[in-house]
Design a protein around this ligand. Structure first.
Ligand code: ASC
Length: 163
Protein backbone atom coordinates (compact mmCIF):
# COMPACT_ATOMS: atom_id res chain seq x y z
CA UNK A 1 0.00 0.00 0.00
CA UNK A 2 1.22 3.52 -0.78
CA UNK A 3 2.20 5.77 2.12
CA UNK A 4 -0.31 8.40 1.03
CA UNK A 5 -3.11 5.82 1.05
CA UNK A 6 -2.13 4.69 4.54
CA UNK A 7 -1.98 8.27 5.73
CA UNK A 8 -5.47 8.88 4.35
CA UNK A 9 -6.77 5.72 6.06
CA UNK A 10 -5.33 6.79 9.39
CA UNK A 11 -6.77 10.29 8.93
CA UNK A 12 -10.21 8.85 8.17
CA UNK A 13 -10.07 6.58 11.22
CA UNK A 14 -9.01 9.49 13.40
CA UNK A 15 -11.71 11.80 12.01
CA UNK A 16 -14.32 9.16 12.78
CA UNK A 17 -13.07 8.83 16.35
CA UNK A 18 -13.03 12.58 16.80
CA UNK A 19 -16.67 12.74 15.70
CA UNK A 20 -17.65 10.06 18.19
CA UNK A 21 -16.13 12.05 21.04
CA UNK A 22 -16.58 9.24 23.55
CA UNK A 23 -13.27 9.13 25.37
CA UNK A 24 -11.65 8.30 22.03
CA UNK A 25 -8.06 8.18 23.32
CA UNK A 26 -8.84 5.45 25.84
CA UNK A 27 -10.98 3.52 23.37
CA UNK A 28 -8.39 3.45 20.61
CA UNK A 29 -5.56 2.69 23.05
CA UNK A 30 -7.48 -0.32 24.31
CA UNK A 31 -8.26 -1.53 20.80
CA UNK A 32 -4.85 -1.37 19.14
CA UNK A 33 -2.78 -4.07 20.85
CA UNK A 34 -5.14 -6.79 19.60
CA UNK A 35 -4.98 -5.36 16.08
CA UNK A 36 -1.17 -5.15 16.18
CA UNK A 37 -0.80 -8.73 17.39
CA UNK A 38 -2.63 -9.93 14.30
CA UNK A 39 -0.74 -7.70 11.92
CA UNK A 40 2.18 -8.52 9.67
CA UNK A 41 5.55 -7.02 10.63
CA UNK A 42 5.79 -4.81 7.53
CA UNK A 43 2.25 -3.51 8.07
CA UNK A 44 3.07 -2.52 11.66
CA UNK A 45 6.00 -0.49 10.33
CA UNK A 46 3.76 1.15 7.71
CA UNK A 47 1.05 2.09 10.20
CA UNK A 48 3.43 3.55 12.77
CA UNK A 49 5.06 5.59 9.98
CA UNK A 50 1.69 6.79 8.72
CA UNK A 51 0.84 7.93 12.26
CA UNK A 52 4.19 9.73 12.67
CA UNK A 53 3.76 11.45 9.29
CA UNK A 54 0.39 12.88 10.25
CA UNK A 55 1.71 13.82 13.70
CA UNK A 56 4.58 15.66 12.03
CA UNK A 57 2.20 17.55 9.73
CA UNK A 58 -0.09 18.61 12.57
CA UNK A 59 2.56 19.19 15.22
CA UNK A 60 4.62 21.16 12.67
CA UNK A 61 1.68 23.53 12.34
CA UNK A 62 1.36 23.93 16.12
CA UNK A 63 5.10 24.44 16.44
CA UNK A 64 5.05 27.13 13.72
CA UNK A 65 2.29 28.98 15.62
CA UNK A 66 4.04 28.55 18.96
CA UNK A 67 7.29 29.98 17.59
CA UNK A 68 5.59 32.86 15.75
CA UNK A 69 6.44 31.50 12.31
CA UNK A 70 2.77 31.62 11.43
CA UNK A 71 -0.13 33.45 13.05
CA UNK A 72 -2.05 31.69 15.81
CA UNK A 73 -5.40 30.48 14.50
CA UNK A 74 -7.53 28.90 17.19
CA UNK A 75 -9.65 26.68 14.93
CA UNK A 76 -6.65 25.35 13.06
CA UNK A 77 -4.71 24.85 16.29
CA UNK A 78 -7.66 22.99 17.85
CA UNK A 79 -7.84 20.65 14.86
CA UNK A 80 -4.05 20.13 14.90
CA UNK A 81 -4.09 19.49 18.65
CA UNK A 82 -6.91 16.93 18.38
CA UNK A 83 -5.02 15.08 15.65
CA UNK A 84 -1.75 15.07 17.58
CA UNK A 85 -3.40 13.93 20.83
CA UNK A 86 -5.16 11.10 19.03
CA UNK A 87 -2.30 10.05 16.77
CA UNK A 88 0.18 10.03 19.66
CA UNK A 89 -1.61 6.91 20.94
CA UNK A 90 -1.01 4.96 17.73
CA UNK A 91 2.71 4.13 17.24
CA UNK A 92 3.53 2.45 20.56
CA UNK A 93 1.78 -0.82 19.83
CA UNK A 94 3.20 -1.11 16.31
CA UNK A 95 6.75 -1.73 17.55
CA UNK A 96 6.08 -5.45 17.94
CA UNK A 97 8.67 -8.24 17.78
CA UNK A 98 10.47 -8.40 14.42
CA UNK A 99 9.60 -4.82 13.42
CA UNK A 100 13.26 -3.75 13.63
CA UNK A 101 14.00 -4.17 9.90
CA UNK A 102 13.86 -1.53 7.13
CA UNK A 103 13.26 1.19 9.66
CA UNK A 104 14.91 4.17 11.33
CA UNK A 105 13.94 2.63 14.66
CA UNK A 106 17.11 1.64 16.53
CA UNK A 107 17.53 -1.92 17.89
CA UNK A 108 17.88 -0.38 21.38
CA UNK A 109 14.08 0.01 21.43
CA UNK A 110 13.75 -3.73 21.94
CA UNK A 111 16.69 -4.07 24.35
CA UNK A 112 15.57 -1.04 26.46
CA UNK A 113 11.85 -1.54 26.09
CA UNK A 114 10.80 -0.18 29.50
CA UNK A 115 12.65 3.09 28.88
CA UNK A 116 11.27 3.36 25.35
CA UNK A 117 7.72 2.79 26.62
CA UNK A 118 8.22 5.37 29.34
CA UNK A 119 9.37 7.97 26.81
CA UNK A 120 6.46 7.09 24.53
CA UNK A 121 3.99 7.44 27.41
CA UNK A 122 5.53 10.78 28.39
CA UNK A 123 5.02 12.03 24.82
CA UNK A 124 1.41 10.79 24.83
CA UNK A 125 0.81 12.52 28.15
CA UNK A 126 2.14 15.85 26.89
CA UNK A 127 0.26 15.58 23.58
CA UNK A 128 -2.96 14.81 25.46
CA UNK A 129 -2.78 18.23 27.14
CA UNK A 130 -2.65 20.17 23.86
CA UNK A 131 -6.40 20.33 23.01
CA UNK A 132 -7.39 21.85 26.36
CA UNK A 133 -4.54 24.38 26.28
CA UNK A 134 -5.54 25.53 22.79
CA UNK A 135 -9.16 26.02 23.95
CA UNK A 136 -8.08 28.37 26.74
CA UNK A 137 -6.49 30.69 24.14
CA UNK A 138 -3.70 31.42 26.64
CA UNK A 139 -0.75 32.06 24.34
CA UNK A 140 2.02 31.54 26.87
CA UNK A 141 0.47 28.29 28.14
CA UNK A 142 0.12 27.19 24.51
CA UNK A 143 3.77 27.93 23.77
CA UNK A 144 4.90 26.09 26.89
CA UNK A 145 2.80 23.00 26.14
CA UNK A 146 4.01 22.83 22.53
CA UNK A 147 7.62 23.12 23.77
CA UNK A 148 7.07 20.41 26.41
CA UNK A 149 5.55 18.12 23.78
CA UNK A 150 8.41 18.80 21.34
CA UNK A 151 10.91 17.97 24.09
CA UNK A 152 9.13 14.66 24.73
CA UNK A 153 9.25 13.84 20.98
CA UNK A 154 12.92 14.74 20.85
CA UNK A 155 13.86 12.65 23.91
CA UNK A 156 12.78 9.52 22.06
CA UNK A 157 14.29 10.57 18.71
CA UNK A 158 17.66 11.27 20.37
CA UNK A 159 17.87 7.78 21.88
CA UNK A 160 15.90 5.57 19.59
CA UNK A 161 15.75 6.95 16.03
CA UNK A 162 18.57 6.71 13.50
CA UNK A 163 19.56 10.08 12.03
C1 ASC B 1 8.12 18.29 14.82
C2 ASC B 1 8.41 17.04 14.22
C3 ASC B 1 9.07 16.29 15.13
C4 ASC B 1 9.19 17.04 16.40
C5 ASC B 1 10.58 17.12 16.90
C6 ASC B 1 10.65 17.87 18.20
O1 ASC B 1 7.51 19.21 14.32
O2 ASC B 1 8.12 16.63 13.00
O3 ASC B 1 9.53 15.08 14.96
O4 ASC B 1 8.62 18.32 16.12
O5 ASC B 1 11.40 17.72 15.96
O6 ASC B 1 11.99 18.05 18.57
Amino acid sequence: MKKSVLAALVAAAVAQRLQQRVQPVQRIAAAIPVVAQQMKVEDQVKYRRAAYQLMSLNFGSLNAMATDKKPFNKDEAARNADFVAMLSTVPKDFFGPGTDKDTKAKPEIWSHRADFDEKMDKMRGEAAKLPAVVKTGDTSAFKKQVADTAAACKACHDEYRLK
